[in-house]
Design a protein around this ligand. Structure first.
Ligand SMILES: Cc1cc2nc3c(=O)[nH]c(=O)nc-3n(C[C@H](O)[C@H](O)[C@H](O)COP(=O)(O)OP(=O)(O)OC[C@H]3O[C@@H](n4cnc5c(N)ncnc54)[C@H](O)[C@@H]3O)c2cc1C
Length: 443
């Protein structure tokens, strides 16, 4: 898909107007990477961020997994049943909080229409292609930024991701789905409970208790701290000449005759001929004045971060499919993340839901129990599209306006890849990627 092509040209002349100045709105994983990628291509970039620095929104304390082998959308045949089964429970890993909000109902309707095995399978190849681009770009960023003098340290662990299952049915289903990934060239291994514990000794007690029926191991996947990454890549972008405006709210995108001319911000108007909206769940509000629906809705999740237990903390990133949490080792800390709530933009941290992630972590790794008192809780809003793929590309009808948003449960896995693909679309006249699977008007 990302092979260069000239399909949109007339008589062999590619119609890319290389921008003079670009504003990127939002400095999460996605926006900070986009600013860096654009600056690499020699464009003048301003990165506007409402918060005090990069990576302080949803990119702050996510599950840490860079999971190319697990890029299936959240929507799937089992989800409606799971939501019903857990209805009304505070600790439900999936929760629907109905609102008097047509946006929520329209999103849910589209989402439910995607809860089919075929719809899920259809999204795996395009997502995987972006995830593989992320892999390649992360390796390049690490090289480039280290060469510029300061290493890009985001506590990356290249020990793979191990999915553990409590029953054989779930493992068999996952194996079937993973066959798509295997056919596309990424190897995953089915492990016995003993092999799971041999690979990751921190799982020994879960294995002895009979909590693990088997595992699926993706050795080529990795994990790392998305907040440290966002900060590091924003610093790298600044060294390439990007103007960073933290604490600046973009209030409106300004257009003239259906072409972008700048952004109105809390610090005044900034001129630009190109704008990229990478504002996570706020993307919707920035597009609304143009009468364009983003189809991005918040999916609230929780994480808990605590000091890693000495001696038997995991090195391999773990997905516990029964408890619905992911666990990553980040330096001398350990983080567990989970929960999915469709309930609007409210960022209140609910104690019961946050503690259920901590309880689930202790369930699988009881050795974390003594650190319970030092746990730091967090919640964030995943910018979700109904089909589990991001929106990457031009906004139809407004020249110079682009979106890179809606990465949902996969923003760390897909963010840097989507940044590279979009920067290529904006700047590289000779090698235009085909981003049609991610088009903003696909719904
Ligand atoms: C609990 C949890 C666990 C997760 N685990 C994983 C995982 O293991 N692996 C994975 O791949 N993904 C994971 N994700 C998903 C991932 O974290 C998100 O998809 C990703 O952080 C989205 O990045 P973003 O840059 O689009 O959004 P954000 O990080 O939210 O960045 C958007 C930025 O835009 C700014 N902004 C918004 N509006 C404006 C405005 N008007 N003006 C200026 N600035 C503005 C915001 O302040 C924010 O900083 C998880 C998410 C959660 C909640």
């Amino acid at each position: 898909m990302f092979e260069p092509h000239r399909g949109r040209s007339l008589q062999g002349v590619t119609q890319v107007k290389v921008p003079r100045s670009v504003i990127v709105i939002g400095a999460g994983i996605v926006g900070a990477s986009t600013a860096y990628e654009l600056a690499l291509r020699g464009v003048a970039v301003t990165l506007i961020e409402a918060r005090g620095g990069a990576g302080l929104g949803t990119s702050y304390a996510n599950g840490g997994q860079l999971s190319a082998c697990e890029v299936a959308p959240w929507a799937g045949p089992e989800i409606p049943g799971l939501i019903l089964r857990w209805l009304g429970r505070d600790d439900a890993p999936f929760r629907l909080r109905p609102k008097m909000d047509p946006e929520q109902w329209l999103w849910l309707l589209r989402f439910l229409m995607r809860c089919r095995a075929s719809a899920r399978a259809e999204r795996i190849p395009p997502n995987l292609e972006i995830a593989l681009l992320t892999r390649a770009r992360l390796a390049a960023y690490e090289r480039e930024i280290a060469a510029a003098g300061t290493p890009l340290d985001f506590q990356r662990k290249e020990k793979g991701i191990l999915r553990i299952f409590r029953d054989m049915h779930a493992l068999k289903d996952a194996e079937k789905e993973s066959a798509i990934i295997t056919r596309l060239g990424l190897e995953q291994k089915v492990l016995t409970p003993g092999e799971c514990a041999a690979l990751e000794p921190a799982l020994a007690s879960a294995m002895q208790r009979g909590d693990i029926a088997g595992g699926l191991y993706a050795a080529s996947d990795s994990s790392g701290d998305a907040h440290l990454f966002s900060r590091g890549i924003a610093d790298g972008a600044a060294r390439l000449g990007v103007t960073i405006m933290n604490g600046t709210n973009a209030t409106r995108i300004l257009t003239d005759s259906e072409a972008v001319r700048g952004v109105e911000t809390s610090q005044g108007v900034i001129d630009a001929d190109t704008v990229v909206i990478a504002a996570g769940t706020e993307t919707r509000a920035l597009l609304a004045p143009f009468g364009i629906r983003s189809w991005i809705y918040p999916l609230k999740g929780y994480s808990v971060t605590l000091p890693a237990p000495e001696g038997n903390a995991p090195e391999v990133s773990i997905t516990d499919e029964a408890r619905k949490i992911v666990i990553s080792r980040l330096g001398d800390r350990i983080r567990a993340a989970g929960q999915a709530e469709v309930g609007g933009y409210d960022l209140t941290l609910e104690g019961a839901r946050a503690r259920s992630v901590l309880d689930a972590l202790e369930g699988v790794l009881p050795q974390t129990g003594p650190q319970r008192g030092a746990a730091e809780f967090w919640c964030g809003l995943r910018p979700m599209t109904p089909d589990g793929s991001p929106m990457i590309g031009a906004v139809p009808g407004i020249e110079g306006l682009f979106v890179n948003s809606g990465h949902g449960t996969l923003g760390w896995t897909l963010g840097p890849g989507s940044a590279a693909a979009l920067a290529s679309l904006i700047c590289d006249a000779a090698s235009q990627p085909d981003l049609s699977p991610f088009s903003i008007n696909r719904f």
